[in-house]
Design a protein around this ligand. Structure first.
Ligand SMILES: Cc1cc2nc3c(=O)[nH]c(=O)nc-3n(C[C@H](O)[C@H](O)[C@H](O)COP(=O)(O)O)c2cc1C
Length: 457
């Protein structure tokens, strides 16, 4: 983007409020869900999580979508135990979640939470978890040509603590095979077990309950996690779904799981609560789906009661779509998926103000989401609004502090922003600007019969 061009840019489209369902959002910037491994022990919300999200809310971000929170008992016993994701599958998590929501709200952002079921075939039993379950028993495989910045087998092996010699290989695939054998390097999956219909129904029932818990905690909405090759995505794709029952074969059968997920949540949260869905815009691989197919999924989700669609792209097999190396990469796909869609569409990975204005003014999508850019600069929105373009700390999509550390189950950092991971020690993000506290956490504890012994004034 030319410097002069940006300085003259009319950013008013970014600051036009938008409604998702009944929720009014003050601008068009959403923070994409990202697990930074900040959750406290036993999956309870931590002070660091509260301060980290507060920083982005204080920075002007209109909508924050909390990282994938576990929404089924089966998910907890799966791979996700390694990542200590936040959790909403039981009401025991609600009081602290309510505290988090109240904190973020007090800094002026709307707050949704993403709810995730299983990791699907991208799961692993490496950390002592069960054998992964997926639509069909088909493993995934990482492809060397689709890797992302700083995610090469050599870097990953070193990051995982491998200190031995890494031989020179003529064939990149041999290097991948070598790296795959190093514990923690997740470049290909074990063969999953086909999930049973009974297990699908159990997960969806848990998902509905988790949506109810999210509403109770005060979140403004929930987002069903169905992108990136995980369990729900594995059903959509002819690549990974060879089932012959009611969850496989035809298009409608393949997407049945996500439509049932919408119904399961809706049943528990009522007609007026925001239920959104996140899907990948494409797979871009043989037998995989394309944006036209994703457009049909989005439309069916709308027809079945979804309030918005949040796009992402790719999967572990197509990492450079999942974590785009290029600015604005998903914009053309969003334009295809938006066609005929009435509910708001969120286009991911747009970091550049000029591209955001283009997305909004040409109708490619109704909002954009930023992941890594919001890590690098929590004040991105305030700076753009004030015309301080030069002050923006631009994410270089290096993946060093965020994604690589995530894969290693370490708390996230950012090589451009030393405050990431330290927000809890910064008064400006811990002190609530709005007083008095509504005491929702205490109210809820009382409701579930766990009233604190110390009365709260
Ligand atoms: C550390 C990290 C964790 C992520 N966790 C999630 C997640 O929990 N749920 C999800 O849907 N996407 C997750 N993502 C993907 C982001 O939401 C986003 O789609 C991606 O980073 C591309 O956008 P960006 O280029 O603005 O970062 C994660 C990404 C990163 C870097």
């Amino acid at each position: 983007m030319g410097k002069k061009k940006t300085e003259k840019l009319d950013v008013s489209p970014i600051f036009k409020p938008i409604k998702i369902g009944n929720v009014e959002i003050k601008n068009r910037i959403a923070m994409a869900p990202m697990n930074m491994n900040f959750t406290g022990p036993n999956r309870y919300v931590s002070r660091q999580q509260m301060a980290y999200y507060a920083a982005r809310a204080k920075g002007g971000t209109g909508l924050i979508i909390m990282e994938a929170a576990m929404a089924s008992e089966m998910a907890i016993s799966d791979t996700y135990r390694k990542y200590n994701n936040a959790c909403l599958s039981s009401e025991i998590y609600v009081p602290l979640m309510a505290e988090l929501v109240e904190h973020v709200h007090s800094f002026g952002a709307k707050f949704f939470v993403q709810l995730a079921v299983n990791a699907g075939r991208q799961g692993t039993s490496e950390a002592g978890a069960c054998q992964p379950v997926s639509a069909s028993p088909i493993p995934w495989k990482g492809f060397p040509e689709y890797m992302i910045n700083n995610f090469e087998p050599r870097q990953l092996a070193r990051a995982c603590g491998y200190q031995g010699k890494i031989p020179e290989f003529d064939d990149h695939e041999e290097l991948m095979d070598f790296a795959r054998k190093i514990p923690g390097v997740h470049l290909g999956g074990e063969t999953p077990r086909e999930i049973t219909v009974e297990e699908i129904k159990a997960q969806l029932a848990d998902l509905g309950q988790s949506a109810k818990n999210a509403k109770r905690a005060g979140f403004d909405g929930i987002e069903i996690h169905a992108p990136h090759g995980y369990l729900m995505h594995s059903f959509f794709s002819p690549r990974s779904n060879k089932r012959t029952d009611e969850y496989g074969g035809t298009f409608e059968n393949r997407i049945r799981i996500v439509l049932e997920a919408i119904h399961a949540c809706r049943k528990k949260v009522g007609p007026d609560y925001v239920v959104g869905v996140r899907i990948s815009a494409s797979e871009n691989l043989p037998e995989g789906f394309d944006p036209e197919y994703a457009r049909r999924i989005a439309k069916r989700c709308e027809e079945e009661g979804a309030d918005y669609i949040h796009l992402s792209d790719g999967s572990y097999e197509k990492m450079n779509d999942f974590l785009p190396d290029k600015e604005g990469q998903v914009m053309p796909k969003a334009a295809i998926i938006k066609k005929g869609l009435k509910i708001p569409l969120i286009c991911p990975s747009v970091h550049n103000p000029e591209n955001i204005v283009d997305v909004l003014t040409t109708g490619k999508a109704d909002m954009v989401s930023q992941g890594r850019q919001q890590i690098a600069d929590p004040e991105w929105v305030n700076k753009v609004q004030a015309g301080k373009f030069k002050d923006i700390i631009k994410c270089t999509r290096c993946n060093i502090g965020c994604l690589t550390r995530f894969v290693l189950a370490l708390p996230g950092r950012c090589i451009l922003n030393p405050t990431v991971g330290q927000e809890q020690w910064m008064d400006e993000y811990m002190k609530r600007p709005i007083l008095p506290i509504k005491k929702r956490a205490w109210q809820i504890m009382k409701e579930i019969g766990k009233e604190p012994s110390v009365p709260v004034e």
